[in-house]
Design a protein around this ligand. Structure first.
Ligand code: CP
Length: 271
């Protein structure tokens, strides 16, 4: 199994590498600068060669177009380990964690509060496909696109809010992600937001009301759980009290990456 990481990772690398090992496979981890792709070899030629050597390939990269090009030319399954727009393997682990907590997904409300990231987008797509009502609250300028196309068969709903308490109201799971994503550390963001430290400060100020704390959890359902894809910045998007407290399932969620990804690999390779 080839696992191409063009960006840093702790959970995705550990869970895929150990998961492939547990399935009896051999993970080949390829990091930035280790492939001829970084020296200009095309995605097409890379896909053709990978198809002759491994059973499947996972890629973590920036541009979704690169992953799409690899998948177009590969003769083996290609899966997304995070791109600028999507983080589907994370969402699979998130749904598994909610189902572990409540025994079902259908009809449950999942509220995501914070920046409209790739994590939020994948939750919107996969959550609605699983029959959940997904509520996403973001400050103006940080929202997910309001015309996100949901997959055929999606029976849940996707609703965008600005008010985090409105989104959290009645939610079974309350979810957040970092305020400054990989690649945004310099504060740069599409749409003209100021760059550098000033941009990062502007972002933190806009997102501050969306922090998951005990008060926001109290606005959710009485048995609501807190989720976070990690890495976390305690005191920013989530308080340390929630991150390490009794209402979180965040560390189970991190473990579940391995379990659900093993199921994904079995599904892909059996197809
Ligand atoms: N949540 C997640 O993808 O973690 P890593 O970036 O550490 O892989």
């Amino acid at each position: 199994m080839a696992l191409i990481f063009e960006k840093p990772s702790t959970r995705t690398r550990l869970s895929f590498e150990m998961g492939v090992y547990e399935l009896g496979g051999h993970p080949v981890v390829l990091r930035p600068g280790e492939m001829q792709l970084s020296r200009g070899e095309s995605a097409r030629d890379t896909a053709l060669v990978l198809s002759r050597q491994v059973a499947a390939v996972g890629m973590r990269t920036g541009p979704d177009s690169l992953l799409a090009e690899l998948a177009e030319h590969a003769q083996i399954p290609v899966f997304n380990m995070l791109t600028a727009l999507h983080h589907p393997c994370q969402a699979l682990a998130d749904l598994m964690t909610v189902r572990e907590a409540f025994g079902t997904l259908t009809g449950l409300r999942l509220a995501y509060v914070g920046d409209g990231t790739n994590v939020a987008r994948s939750l919107g797509i996969l959550g609605t496909l699983a029959g959940m009502d997904v509520a996403i609250a973001s400050p103006p300028g940080y929202s997910l696109e309001d015309d996100l196309s949901l997959p055929p068969g999606a029976e849940g709903s996707l609703t965008l809010y600005h008010d985090p308490r409105e989104a959290a109201s009645g939610a079974h799971a309350l979810y957040t992600d970092v305020w400054v994503s990989m690649g945004d550390e310099a504060g740069a963001k599409a749409g003209g937001e100021a760059g550098g430290e000033a941009g990062a400060q502007e972002r933190r100020a806009a997102l501050a009301p969306y922090r998951i704390d005990d008060a926001l959890l109290d606005a959710a359902a009485p048995d609501a759980i807190a989720l976070h894809c990690l890495p976390a910045h305690p005191g920013e998007e989530i308080t340390a009290e929630v991150l390490y407290g009794p209402r979180q399932r965040i560390w189970d969620q991190a473990e579940n990456r391995r379990h659900v990804q093993k199921a994904l690999l079995e599904f892909l390779l059996a197809a």
